[in-house]
Write a protein that binds this ligand. Sequence first.
Ligand code: ADP
Ligand code: ZN
Length: 721
Amino acid sequence: MSRARLILLNAALGPLDYRVPHGMAVEPGSIVVAPLGPRQLVGVVWEPERLPAEEVGDNRLRPLVHAYDLPPLGAPLRRLIEWTADYYLSPLGAVLRMALPSSGALDGARSITEYRATGHVPERLTPQRAQALERIGERLGLIRELAIVGGVSDGVIRGLVKTGAIEAVEIALDDPFPLPDPDHDPPALEPAQAQTAAELRAAVEAGDFAPYLLDGVTGSGKTEVYFEAIAQAIRSGRQALVLLPEIALTEPFLKRFAARFGTEPVPWHSGLRQAQRRRAWRAIASGEARVVVGARSALFLPYPRLGLIVVDEAHEASFKQEEGVQYHARDVAVMRAKLEQVPVVLASATPAIESRHMAEIGIYKELRLPDRYGGARMPDMAALDMLQDPPPRGRWLAPRLVQALEENLEAGEQSLLFLNRRGYAPLTLCRHCGYRFQCPNCTAWMVEHRFTHRLACHHCGHVMPAPRACPECKEEDSLVACGPGVERIADEVHALLPEARTIIVTSDTIWSPAKAAEFVARMENGEIDIVIGTQLVTKGYHFPNLTLVGVVDADLGLAGGDLRAAERSFQQIRQVSGRAGRGERHGRVLVQTHDPGARVIQALVGGDAEGFYAAETDARREAAMPPFGRLAAIIISSEDQAEANATARMIGRAAPRVDNMAVFGPAPAPLAMLRGRHRFRLLVHAARAVPVQDVIREWLGALSWRNSVRVSVDVDPYSFL
Ligand code: ADP
Ligand code: ZN
C-alpha cells in the first residue's frame, strides 16, 4: 500500500500520514487535498524521512481526496521551506502557505467571474449605492472586492448587479503573459556599467550560486545593470525574480521594465485582485511567467526554472516581515539562491552593515558603481543648524531652507521636503489641563490628521473624530498640536509660498500602485513644485527636474536609540538626497539638525560614507552586536497585564545557562501595549557560534502557558518595539 506524509496548510498541525488511493500518483512536492475531521485541507507531499511524525498503522490511514494537476513544488523550494521554518522558529504549515497563497489558483478553473460598473445609473440611487459606484469607478473585482472598495456590504453590490448598474465579466485565467524581449531596447552602457553587467551575465549563464553586493551611488545605473542580468536569464530560458521593498515602487518599475523589454513583468503583491493573483500564480508555477517583480511574499512562490534573484534597495528594513513568519526577505533570498544554485544580486546605494560585512569577509562579491550616470554629480550637502538659525516660533523650516525653496520655485525646478511623519502633528494636548490624546489600545499618541479631521493611532489603526473640547477638563478650543507632520509642513509651505503647487506623499495619499503612477505622471508633467513626503519618497523615483531636497528633521530617526538607529538615519537621508539633481541640473540638499556635530550628520555632509561605516562597524564589533553576534527577541503578550507579566517571568526563570549567551529581561516592551495586548520582552544575546534557535526551541518547548498568552520569537529582530 502506498502512503504519503503531508504538510497541511494549517500552522497548528504537524506532519500527517495519508493513504494514496489506487490510480492516484503523487511524489514529494505534489499538491493534494486531504481530509481532516469533517474538513478538507490543501497539503503538500513531503519526503517522510525528513519529517518525523507519529507512526500510524496502515489500517488507520484516511485516503487523500485529490491530487492537483500541477507541477510538484521543487526540491530546492521544499528545502527552503524547511530552512525558513527552522531558522525563524515557525511552523512548516505557516511557511508553506507563502508558497501556495491562493487555493483558488490551484483548482484549474479557466476563468473567474468579476464585476464592473456599466455606467447605467439605477433608478433608486440610495446614498450607499451612489457612494459605491463613485468609489468603484472603472475598477474590476469580485463582489467582495468591490464591496470593500465601495465601503458597502456585499448585498449593496449584489443589488447593483440586479439593477444592471454592475455587470459580470468572465476573466480568462490562462491567458499567457507576453514574453519580455531581452533585445527590445538595451542601453549603451558606460564602461564601468558594462563591466559589471558582463560579470552578472556570466554568472547567470554559469547557473551557480553566486551572491553579489551591487553597491552603487543613487543614479549610477544599478537598475540598468541588473536588467542585463535579467536579459540573460530570459535568453537562457530561465525565470528572474526582482524583490522591491514597497508596493508603491512596483508601478514605476513596471513602466521602466516595459521600456527596456517591450512588455511589463508579472507583478506579485498584496494589492493584486484575486483574479490577477490566480493568473500570476499559475503562470509562475508553470514557468511561463519569466520575470516576476514583487514584494517579499514573491520569494516563496514555486518558480520551476529560477535563474536569478535581485533584491533592490536591499538595505530596506521593510524586507523584514514583522508578523506571522518573521523572516528577513533579503536573507531568505540569499538562501533560496543557494538552494536553487543561481546568482543573487543585492542592490543598494547604502548597503546594510550586515551585507557590507559579508562582502568584507569574502562571502559576497562586491560590485561597485561609484559614479552617477552621464556625469551627473552627487548633490551638494549642507547642514542647517536649527539652534543658530532657527525658524520663527511655530514654524519648522529654517530661513535658509525657505530661501532655497523660493529660488527653486523661481527657477521652475522641483523641490522635495522630507519628514518621516504622517499626519498633521504627532501629539495633541490640552493647553488648559495638559491632557494628552493617547491610543486606548497602544502605548502611543494619537496622531492628528487634519485632512480627515481625525486622530489616528499609527500602530493599531484606531481612529476618533478630532474633538473641539478636551475630554478631561471640557475646555473648548483648548487643544493644541505639538510638533510637525507632513500636513503641517505643507500648511507652512502654503503660507510662505502660496503660488507653489504642492503634493503630500505618504501611505495615506499614495495607497495604491495607481496613485503612485498618478504622482509620477504629475511630477513628470511639471504639475508639482514641492513634494512633502515621508520615507515613501526616499527611494526609487527618478525626477530629473528635482534639484532641491530639504530634510526637515534629521535628528528624528536617532531618537529611538535602537541598534540600527544611526545606520538607518544615514541610509534614509542618503537615499532621499539621491533624489536631488539626477538630471542635467545640479542638486543640493539642506539638512536641518539640532546637532550638526553628530557623527551621522558629519558623515552625510562630508560625504564620508566609508568613515561612517567603519565607525559603526567597529561599534557593533565591540558590543558583539549583529553581524558579530546574534540577537533574538521573545515577546510575551496577553490582554491581561498580570498574566503576561507572570508568564514572561516564568519563561525568564527557565532560561538555560549557555556559554556565550545572555538573556535580558523580562521587561515591558517599549511598546508596552499594542492592539490591546500587554507586552513583555526577553532579549537573547549570543555569540555567533551559539545555536540560538536550538536553545530557544528546547527552552520554550519544555514550558507551557495559557491559551490567552501569545509567545512569539523574533530571530534577528529589526524592530526593537
Ligand atoms: P540606480 O538604480 O543606481 O539609482 P538607475 O539605473 O535608476 O540608477 O539610473 C539612473 C538614471 O540614469 C535612469 O534614468 C537610467 O535610465 C539612466 N541611465 C543609467 N545608465 C544609463 C545608460 N547606460 N544609458 C542610458 N541611461 C542610463
Ligand atoms: Zn493603537
